[in-house]
Write a protein that binds this ligand. Sequence first.
Ligand code: SF4
Ligand code: SF4
Length: 91
Amino acid sequence: MIDDAPSRPCLGCGHCCLTATCVVGLQLAGEVVHRGVRRCAALVRRGDRYRCALIEAGRVPPDQLAIGAGCSSPLFNAARDALAAAARRKP
Ligand code: SF4
Ligand code: SF4
C-alpha cells in the first residue's frame, strides 16, 4: 500500500537496486563494480531473489528502506515478471 493505493508485492527481482543505489546504500555500503556495472555493495543474491544485506544484518530498520511497502518498479520490469510467472506456475 502506497499513499492508500494498493501496490504489487516486492518479489526480490533486484531491478530497483540494480538501477540505482539508494542513499542508505551509498552511505553505509558503497558501490562495487560487478561484470562492468556499478551497483550497491549490499545487494546480495539469495537463490533466485536479491536481498539487502543491510536489512539482513539488522543494520537498517526495514521501514527506512520501505521494505513491505510494495514494489517501486512493477512496470516494464522483465525480471519481476519472470518471478511472478514462476510463482504462478508453482502448484
Ligand atoms: S541493496 Fe539495500 S542498501 Fe543497496 S540499494 Fe538496495 S535497498 Fe539500498
Ligand atoms: S523492482 Fe519491485 S519486485 Fe523488484 S526488488 Fe524492487 S521493489 Fe522488489
